[in-house]
Design a protein around this ligand. Structure first.
Ligand SMILES: *Cc1c(COP(=O)(O)O)cnc(C)c1O
Length: 402
């Protein structure tokens, strides 16, 4: 009887698998992080002090890039990268529809047009052949996203970009610590963006960084981050002014990161390898424990790269189930599993529809989206948490299996 009661779905009045909600993601802040922030609060610099420099150097060093520029958040960093790439009115940039809106919006901020290339139905990353077919006279950049932490086909993308004189801005918000053919993400594209939002691998509260090997991009990013103003005397139009003098060369923004954020980010970076290892462990536990459940497709991984596992997404095979994603999502939530959905395909948002996008533009992305459910995944998850998620998926999918 007890067993039967447990088996009844919570959404149908049964007992939930867990008593409290397990979130899909959560930061992990320890005493060392708190001390680092407090120390900065007591220092003379709250913004643009020594912690920014140290954080940038640490991120560049980790990624294997020459330069890093920290921004107030990842979206601002992407905006900066599009500016540095020279995207302007009427230019085009190609990205994937299966991403967070910011990967596309950054092009619009610069007056450029977004072209969406459909995804591979297995990795859910941008399909390079579709990307190639969309390159035209106005194409200036491509913005691949390492979806869920698995690197996109970076060699093919870089080679195509070289042939067509395009700049590659890799949105690596999901993939710090990921490896592509024995190279770290951040050492491959022209510019790579990392996000330090609390849901990502390590956090600075809010924060984003662009890494690059190009001195030209580096200078443009620095200018853009701080109002387009320079104090570099070698760059000045008017020489012979006093020491107080500065010049504004571009319409930049105030996109600076504070030293408080950088202190937190720097302290968190020390735990990145440990956190990533734990994410990989949890992902492989999920794959092991969920692989025998019919009606769901587990994440597909290419052999020549290692994901850093920002997200673990299962895809429902809807023709084998008697419920749709919305029902299964609601049922899992009632079991107190904090599932989520990543992402609404960007081209289907009303804003992009207004610009002429809409259904049919990316059939693979539209189709897989209908079956997507993101399971909880964060380094502080316990084995019990993992087993709860697996039990809930078994229970709910088992109930709706045809
Ligand atoms: C989180 C995220 C961003 C934006 O980063 P913020 O730091 O939140 O501005 C951009 N692209 C993708 C794919 C993301 O997941």
């Amino acid at each position: 009887m007890a067993k039967l009661k447990h088996q009844q779905l919570a959404i149908l009045g049964g007992e939930p698998v867990r008593e409290t909600l397990l979130p899909y993601g959560r930061q992990w802040i320890d005493e060392a992080d708190i001390e680092a922030v407090v120390e900065t609060l007591k220092s003379p610099f709250l913004t643009q002090g020594p912690k920014i420099k140290a954080f940038e150097e640490a991120v560049a060093g980790y990624a294997g890039a020459k330069y890093a520029v920290a921004f107030s958040n990842g979206t601002a960093a992407l905006h900066g990268a599009c500016f540095a790439a020279g995207i302007g009115e009427g230019d085009e940039a190609i990205t994937t529809p299966m991403t967070f809106a910011a990967s596309a919006n950054c092009v619009r901020y610069c007056g450029g047009n977004v072209v969406f290339a459909d995804i591979e139905p297995d990795t859910y990353n941008i399909d390079v052949n579709r990307m190639k077919a969309l390159i035209g006279k106005r194409t200036k950049a491509v913005i691949p996203v390492d979806f869920t932490g698995q690197p996109a086909d970076l060699d093919e993308i870089m080679e195509t970009a070289k042939t067509h004189n395009l700049i590659v801005i890799e949105d690596a918000a999901h993939s710090i610590g990921a490896v592509y053919k024995n190279r770290r993400v951040g050492s491959i594209a022209d510019m790579t963006m990392f996000s330090f939002h609390p849901v990502k691998h390590v956090t600075s509260g809010e924060g984003g960084v662009i890494v690059t090997d190009s001195e030209h991009f580096y200078e443009r990013l620095l200018l853009f981050r701080s109002h387009g103003i320079t104090r570099n005397r070698d760059m000045m139009h008017n020489t012979g002014e006093g020491e107080w003098y500065y010049e504004m060369h571009e319409l930049g923004f105030n996109y600076r990161m504070t030293d408080i954020q950088a202190a937190l980010g720097l302290s968190q970076l020390r735990k990145l390898n440990e956190f990533t290892a734990r994410r990989r462990q949890i992902a492989s536990r999920y794959t092991e424990l969920l692989s025998s459940i019919p009606g769901i497709v587990l994440p597909y991984q290419k052999q020549d790269r290692q994901s850093s596992w920002h997200l673990y997404i299962i895809r429902l095979e809807l023709d084998r189930l008697s419920a749709d994603r919305n029902m299964i999502f609601a049922a899992l939530r009632k079991e107190n599993i904090g599932v989520n959905v990543h992402y609404v395909p960007v081209h289907l948002h009303p804003y992009y529809r207004r610009l002429g996008c809409g259904k049919g533009l990316a059939p693979a992305a539209e189709s897989v989206y209908e079956g997507f459910i993101t399971l909880p995944l964060f380094p502080a998850m316990t084995e019990t948490d993992i087993l709860d998620v697996v039990s809930a998926v078994e229970k709910v999918i088992g109930h709706y299996a045809k």
